[in-house]
Design a binder for this molecule. Structure first.
Ligand SMILES: NC(=O)C1=CN([C@@H]2O[C@H](COP(=O)(O)OP(=O)(O)OC[C@H]3O[C@@H](n4cnc5c(N)ncnc54)[C@H](O)[C@@H]3O)[C@@H](O)[C@H]2O)C=CC1
Ligand SMILES: O=C(O)[C@@H]1CCC=N1
Length: 285
């Protein structure tokens, strides 16, 4: 694969490292990727582990064609303030933060800056990621192609209107955690049923992987696949009845609504923070 851009990954925690390591696995040149992190011990770790250059945010942004922001939503206003002066007209700004909308980012960047919002997920660490990308008002097809190229190094990429991003965050962004939660619960239940923990873990993890492959490779509806496991009057029917009686389906519905609402609330908190800063800076003048 040919790499055309100089990338800067600003904020290299869990998700920033996921992007960085995925690009290097896919053959991107470490010399064309710079990273930043505000924690000195993390900077050292990234330098030693990946051989990438660590800079400060403004330096990294100034040297890059594509700047990928991977800090928490709560840290985004500070970061945008720090880099705004370093963004050139042709720089593409990409945000992986939950909640923060492209209009909010655009308002803190030089006018006309192309911005693309992404919701990735951690299975990208094993090249099975799911990322949804949405253009801001100045992003063109070539910018979406560039972001798609970067993220397709570690999994699937779809383009969606930005209004879906809070729901996407609740499904594929947060989703791995729900599935790990189910796995934890099943392993624990296996131990309660008398299995050694490592045996229970192996049974559950392979069942999860096999079920995911069955869904993907057959393309069958999950209801059909579940019905095929459910023998009349058998064990599955007994278990699923308990899941329904314990309202597990309803719990997923409200849990995912809560994730969507939290994504919206993060955006609102960022907006209030910007307004407070603006009012404070006007009062100082
Ligand atoms: N962890 C996940 O599964 C997913 C995370 N995201 C998004 O990715 C973003 C990062 O999340 P995580 O990696 O989980 O958090 P994290 O806390 O592991 O990483 C954030 C990193 O940013 C650094 N940082 C904070 N402010 C900075 C600044 N001004 N300059 C440079 N570095 C700075 C921190 O030191 C930290 O290493 C969030 O906005 C989150 O919504 C999106 C999808 C999935
Ligand atoms: O928990 C969070 O806020 C981030 C966004 C999606 C997954 N993790």
């Amino acid at each position: 694969m040919t790499q055309h851009w100089q990338l800067a990954i600003l904020g290299a925690g869990v998700m920033g490292e996921t992007v960085l390591s995925g690009l290097l696995r896919a053959g991107w040149d470490a010399g064309k990727i710079t990273v930043t992190d505000r924690r000195p011990e993390r900077q050292l770790e990234l330098q030693q582990k990946y051989g990438v250059v660590v800079l400060d945010n403004a330096e990294a942004a100034a040297a890059a064609d594509t700047v990928i922001l991977v800090v928490k939503p709560q840290d985004m206003n500070d970061l945008l303030t720090e880099i705004a002066g370093a963004i050139r007209p042709e720089t593409l700004v990409v945000s992986l933060a939950a909640g923060v909308d492209t209009a909010a980012m655009e308002s803190q960047l030089p006018s006309g800056t192309p911005v693309v919002r992404v919701m990735p997920n951690t299975p990208a660490q094993v090249d099975e990621g799911m990322a949804a990308i949405s253009p801001g008002s100045h992003a063109q097809a070539e910018h979406l192609d560039r972001v798609s190229d970067i993220l397709s190094a570690t999994g699937r990429v779809i383009t969606l209107p930005e209004r879906y991003q809070d729901a996407v965050t609740a499904i594929s962004g947060t989703g791995p955690a729900y599935l790990f939660f189910v796995v934890e619960a099943m392993i624990e239940a296996g131990v309660h049923l008398g299995l050694p923990r490592d045996t229970s873990t192996e049974l559950v993890v392979q069942t999860m992987l096999g079920s995911a492959k069955l869904l993907r490779e057959t393309g069958e509806h999950p209801t059909v696949l579940r019905e095929r496991v459910t023998s009349p009057g058998g064990t599955t029917a007994a278990a699923v009845r308990q899941l329904e009686e314990h309202r597990v389906r309803a719990a997923f519905m409200v849990a995912m609504e809560a994730a969507r609402d939290r994504s919206r609330a993060l955006a609102e908190a960022a907006r209030l923070d910007r307004e407070r800063r603006q009012a404070a800076s006007e009062a100082d003048r």
